[in-house]
Design a protein around this ligand. Structure first.
Ligand code: ZN
Length: 346
């Protein structure tokens, strides 16, 4: 039975914080579904929105229900939706794309320049109910429970980044041991990299990385990356770099540690313009790829297939709490001492 009001976590005023509100349950259009949200993940993006930093002030309309990482169950179908069923467990792509751009019309949906994000530009998933275009729904197999379903969005970022280059038999350097860096390490192991090294200056995160997957954590505040390379008997350096921190120092270190002809996928977002030693990149013949979101729906397909085939990232979830305890959730997240935090809306 669907009520007509729901709880939702929203930015209600142009200031720090979020507020639990009573909102109307979203109306769905003919091509949409209504999803009863069970679990949601708190993302770094949500922390920017909570903190009401410069980016958030520029980007977020007020009022807005935030959140974009979710899993739930379809409870209503728009009249044109005939390929999904009520009761279907699902997650979904939070990037709502246009259908007119050259990229969309050639099937490169993730490159559509008109993309709008739920919980960023449109009403989001931190709520008991979410309206989503049926196109964006990703059904969940039984093997993937709701808490893993709720982190498929960031896992998708990790998968998209990690699969940017062939990792089979390669030595991989990941800079930044946040949840996405840690999940990327797990993916790199799963697909057959040789050595996977992850760097950070936050020891808690490095300890979590080592717990979640078979990765070599390096605290670059106290340890020299060169020594680690020697210990691992790398002749030249790392073959592939996955930059997850947005830190200038980390990127410099990555370029320095890569082989001639190395490849870098960049997901981390630097805080502003940052000086890059381009001549070093040119002379080392390094390929750099920027990564945005997930490939729609290729990343989702690969990610679900890998999860069904033994990829295990559950350890990255360090906190599970009721949605009503969201303040504690955000405080924990802001402390920098957590992995993923999953809120329960059921
Ligand atoms: Zn996210």
């Amino acid at each position: 039975m669907i009520k007509n009001k729901m709880h939702a976590l929203a930015k209600t005023r142009p200031e720090v914080g979020l507020e639990m509100i009573e909102a109307d349950i979203p109306q769905i259009g003919p091509d949409d579904v209504l999803i009863r949200v069970n679990k949601t993940g708190i993302c770094g993006t949500d922390i920017h929105i909570w903190n009401w930093d410069e980016w958030a002030q520029r980007t977020i309309p007020v009022p807005l229900i935030t959140g974009h990482e979710f899993a739930g169950e379809i409870v209503a179908l728009g009249k044109n939706v005939d390929d999904l069923k009520i009761g279907q467990r699902c997650s979904g792509e939070g990037h709502l794309i246009g259908k007119q751009s050259r990229q969309s019309r050639s099937g490169k949906f993730h490159l559509d320049p008109q993309t709008r994000g739920i919980g960023v530009n449109e009403q989001g998933a931190f709520a008991e109910y979410l309206r989503l275009p049926a196109f964006n729904v990703v059904p969940l197999p039984d093997a993937i429970d709701d808490e893993i379903g709720a982190i498929l969005d960031p896992l998708g970022n990790a998968v998209h980044t990690a699969l940017s280059f062939d990792l089979v038999g390669e030595d991989v350097l990941i800079t930044g041991a946040g949840p996405i860096g840690i999940m990327a390490a797990a993916v790199a192991r799963h697909v057959g990299a040789r050595h996977v090294v992850i760097t950070d200056i936050n020891q808690d995160r490095l300890d979590l990385a080592a717990k979640v997957t078979d990765v070599i954590p390096v605290n670059v505040a106290t340890e020299n990356l060169k020594d680690v390379q020697n210990r691992l008997k790398m002749v030249q350096g790392f073959d592939v770099g996955l930059e997850m921190s947005g830190s200038q120092i980390a990127l410099d270190q990555m370029v320095e540690s890569l082989v001639m002809g190395g490849r870098i996928a960049l997901l981390g977002i630097p805080p502003g313009k940052s000086p890059v030693d381009w001549s070093r990149i040119v002379f080392k013949a390094i390929t750099i790829k920027g990564v945005y979101g997930r490939e729609i729906f290729e990343t989702w397909y690969k990610m679900i297939a890998m999860l069904e085939n033994g990829l295990d990232v559950r350890g990255v979830i360090t906190h599970r709490m009721k949605a009503s305890d969201y303040i504690a959730g955000f405080e924990t997240m802001r402390s920098g001492k957590s992995g993923k935090i999953v809120l329960d809306w059921s």
